[in-house]
Design a protein around this ligand. Structure first.
Ligand code: KQY
Length: 363
């Protein structure tokens, strides 16, 4: 599909990592109680990943020392990096290999998931600078994608030329209104080495990112996908899951394979409590939080690490089933489930707060 190619290839998340990046949550208009419960949840995630591979955590100057204190671990490095919030999946670089196998970071334009047309906060300039800072720290070549607003959570790749995304997000007028579907495919071909884009219509209901695919559908391995699933016809996710399944059933990947589709149940419907909503500060221009808000919980929002898989749990009956399904599909990995509600209250989960850096021989 792409006439342009820079010779880049984005490795699949399941390929070996050098390390995983995270950022520190603190903004009080997104995280309740000044971010304290979220910080505890992020520490658990960082420590769990550190059992498998090194972790680097970027922290704003005012919280640097206390983050160092909470994150003490032989395999965790804490760095002073300013940011507006803590979603490094979206604000960090997307790592690719160039034609000479040199590690390169794609630095997308970031507009806080929609800019002034439904974005989640303003300003977002420090977030837009995160990728550049990470790449400088790593001494890694940077390619600034000034022609594209993009977030790392908006796509998943199989490492062999196929990319999953949603129309709800990528075709949203609040990202790249000047680009057609075909032009977006060209750019994904150029920056990520993609030859086939699978367009699912929507993501999980009430996902404030406009339906990021990393909360809805991912690859198990090339030719095999895992799709969030809902069996309740009264739930808005029922039709979303079926529409995505229909697209997948009628698609082939870049290698010409049809997909084996696995279903992963969504957690039962989850809602923000009055106490949780009351803990979030009001700020002009930021996404308001209200009691009764539907939360976009999903077990798809897991991270693959070297030899492991880290997924959220929501203290509900589907938690165990999710662990059982993932343990069977990823039989060669140790599956670790961590409390995910505090991260979910901020609008995402474990995949959204992490960014893998691929392993480089002698790197
Ligand atoms: O899901 C993500 N990749 C990011 C979620 C951002 C939520 C901001 N409140």
């Amino acid at each position: 599909m792409s006439t342009l190619s820079a010779g880049y290839r984005m490795p699949a998340e399941g390929e070996r990592h050098q390390q995983t990046w995270m950022l520190w949550p603190q903004r009080p208009d997104n995280w309740r109680l000044g971010g304290k419960p979220a910080q505890a949840a992020f520490v658990q995630v960082a420590r769990a990943i550190a059992e498998f591979e090194p972790v680097s955590v970027g922290v704003n100057a005012d919280q640097y020392i206390q983050a160092c204190h909470q994150l003490q671990h032989d395999n965790i490095r804490v760095l002073e990096i300013s940011s507006d919030d803590a979603w490094v999946r979206d604000t960090g670089p997307t790592f690719v290999f160039d034609a000479n196998q040199q590690l390169t970071g794609i630095d997308w334009r970031f507009n806080a998931w929609g800019g002034l047309q439904g974005g989640l906060y303003f300003p977002w300039q420090r977030d837009d600078e995160v990728a550049r800072k990470l790449l400088q720290i790593e001494g890694c070549r940077r390619v600034r994608a000034d022609d594209l607003v993009m977030e790392g959570g908006a796509f998943h790749v199989d490492g062999e030329g196929t990319l999953l995304t949603t129309e709800e997000c990528l075709l949203n007028r609040n990202r790249n209104p000047h680009l057609s579907r075909e032009q977006l495919e060209e750019k994904l071909g150029y920056y990520l080495g993609i030859e086939r884009v699978i367009w699912l219509p929507q993501g999980v209901y009430a996902d404030e990112t406009d339906g990021h695919v990393d909360n809805f559908c991912c690859f198990v391995r090339p030719g095999e996908v895992l799709l969030a699933w809902c069996d309740d016809p009264e739930d808005p996710n029922f039709s979303r899951c079926r529409a995505a399944e229909a697209v997948l059933e009628n698609s082939r990947d870049a290698a010409g394979r049809s997909f084996v589709i696995h279903r992963l149940p969504l957690p039962e419907p989850l809602y923000m409590t009055a106490e949780e909503a009351a803990g979030v500060d009001f700020a002009e221009g930021s996404q308001p939080r209200q009691a009764g808000d539907r939360l976009a919980g999903s077990y798809i929002n897991f991270l693959l690490v070297n030899g492991g898989l880290i997924l959220p749990g929501f203290a509900c009956p589907q938690d165990q089933e999710a662990v059982a399904i993932l343990s069977e599909l990823f039989a060669d990995r140790r599956v670790v489930q961590l409390p995910g509600r505090e991260i979910l209250l901020g609008g995402g989960n474990i995949h959204c707060i992490t960014q893998q850096q691929p392993w480089v021989k002698n790197g």
